[in-house]
Design a protein around this ligand. Sequence first.
Ligand code: G4P
Length: 533
Amino acid sequence: MPESPDRPAEPAARRRTFAIISHPDAGKTTLTEKLLLYGGAIHLAGSVKARRAARHATSDWMALEQQRGISVTSSVLQFEYLGYQVNLLDTPGHADFSEDTYRTLIAADSAVMLLDNRRGVEARTRQLYDVCKLRRMPIFTFVNKCDRPGGHSLELISDVEADLGLGIYPVTWPIHTSTGFVGVADRRRRTVLLFGKGADHGATLVATQRIPLDDPALLSALDADTVATLRDELDLLDHAGHAWDEAAVLDGTLSPMFFGSALSNFGVEPFLHDFLEYAPGPLPRSAVPRDVQPDDPEFTGFVFKIQANMDPKHRDRIAFLRVCSGHFLAGMTVTLARTGKTLRLAQPQQFLARERVEVDEAWPGDVIGIHDRGTLRVSDSLSLRGDVVFSGIPRFAPQYFARVILSDPLRRKHLDTGLRQLAEEGAVQVFYQESSAGPVPIVGAVGLLQFDVLLFRLDNEYRVPARLEALPFKLARWVRGSEAAIDALVEGRSRLRLFDAKGSSILLFEDEWALRHSLEKAADGLEFLEVAP
Ligand code: G4P
């Protein structure tokens, strides 16, 4: 349904564009599904997983995706709730964790950090949190699986704070009785929410009873010990915890925390409600010649992800475009800042509960999929006149490295072309190692699946059969400084020096120890960067 105003301020303010960051198995799929359930986009939970499985059986997506039975790429889910237009950017998390996961975070305006109540902050969460921190993005925390006994919530909070250097403000607080997890206290509204156990294992919305904290009726709903413990804990939080500070939430230094169980729907609705209220709408984006405000009337946007080969017969690709300002209309002609050429954005798509639909228009905060035949690249800026350039998507240091071994050495030129194009598209990072026989290509990735995709595409699109020889390096830093000082660091087998396409030096390390040792003995003036210069 087209939205009436032609100025973007009002529809933009109703957008909430976010991503979930978590470690595998914390419950991201389950929570996503429950958000869709509460948002009315699905009516029975359990269908997303089922549809995902069904889609793989009939999908015409790339063969690799079918073979592995996983989703190589992520999509964007849209639904309306309480007058908000919610755009949930799905971040690939399991074997499909890749640079796309990082890039998706750049397109979001806030993030939901999902934690398992027994595990707290895990490796993958920390990695993704670092990307959010770089952008000072607001982070909302959902502590999941509270239906199972976990550690004490106060300990969890101090662990998260110490681990991430992030303040935590619990907005809700879990209530456990001898029968288990029964509800949460809403601290800001001084109310207790008690959830009814449904008989359908969380497939439908959960019944909720609301009782003000100081209402004597609380003592008939909960036993006296539980009420006393709850009051003590809430007092402690009020006196010893952080005060609510909206500015700190918006600059990403204070995270509102919510407790619940995505599986049983407990605490999902209060979380969604407050998250939408406190999370920011589309944020200003840094660009040249000036930052772009979401209520600027002229259309601008940038490409944050390219999904290749959805239809291998046509070599079709979908470029995911984040709208940053203005009013996007299907069929609009825009200018690509990198080349100055115009292109018509026909048949844009949006995604509703994993179904693709064509859209007529989009507003700041929205993400649309554009059919592309190889014109667009990750980080490309689009605008009416091509006079706005967004400050690009950072390239993060890869964690896996491999040497490319050609099956047929005569295909070297084609290999170089393939690697250059795939690197430009953002499918993989390419580096070169100097050798007496010339530069040797080394590929780098954030997730191992990127390598499988690379080999598949080299073979299918460039007719370059190749294999990879894994290198034992796990950490990398771009290094800036004098040649002599960099060379002095590269001795022994636990380090390797490579160059990226721009000629910048990158050092690879086998482990934390090798990295730390280099940092300690590095000459003054050497800079180590986790993001490409
Ligand atoms: P992910 O996408 O983050 O990897 O997690 P996913 O939602 O697939 O959940 C991982 C496992 O955790 C699943 O169990 C899921 O049912 C369970 N889970 C999710 N939320 C909750 C919760 O609130 N409480 C409890 N107790 N468990 C939860 P599984 O046995 O691996 O899969 P399944 O057979 O249930 O699909």
